[in-house]
Design a protein around this ligand. Structure first.
Ligand code: FES
Length: 138
């Protein structure tokens, strides 16, 4: 998805807003929560060049949130997503784990769209369903 896609979706659905595109300028990544209750959809967005990607904020290794500090998901050089629990490293563009205890697995993607400078969940995404799928088993 690129910012050019925004011209095709002029309607802004505030219930699906993840963040402003400019919110990614400081850290290159941002956490977000959409929904209510015990298990809302908790995700992260990352900027990868001119692209933006979204993932469920749950590491495929042990299911921990990837970040310890608010909105900080990247390695010091900003090149990769880092899981702070045990050091797994993921590609920003694909979510694929390059190294660490879950090498070869991937973060779960969240389809996004850009509309008028905002990052939104894609129209195809059922936020409640994604959140339920990401919730830990009882
Ligand atoms: S929980 Fe992410 S590397 Fe262990």
């Amino acid at each position: 998805m690129s910012d050019a896609d925004s011209a095709q979706s002029p309607v802004l659905d505030v219930e699906r807003v993840v963040c402003r595109l400019s919110d990614l300028d400081e850290h290159g990544s941002r956490a977000f929560t959409i929904g209510r209750g015990d298990w809302p959809l908790r995700g992260l967005v990352v900027k990868a060049g001119s692209e933006v990607r979204g993932y469920i904020n749950s590491c495929p290794h042990a299911g921990h949130p990837l970040n310890l500090r608010p909105h900080q998901f990247l390695t010091a050089d900003g090149a990769l997503i880092l899981c702070c629990s045990h050091g797994a490293l993921f590609e920003k563009l694909t979510g694929f784990c390059l190294a660490g205890p879950c090498a070869g697995r991937s973060l779960r993607p969240i389809p996004l769209q850009l509309v008028s400078g905002f990052v939104l969940l894609a129209d195809s995404v059922a936020a409640d369903k994604l959140a339920d799928d990401a919730a830990p088993l009882p």
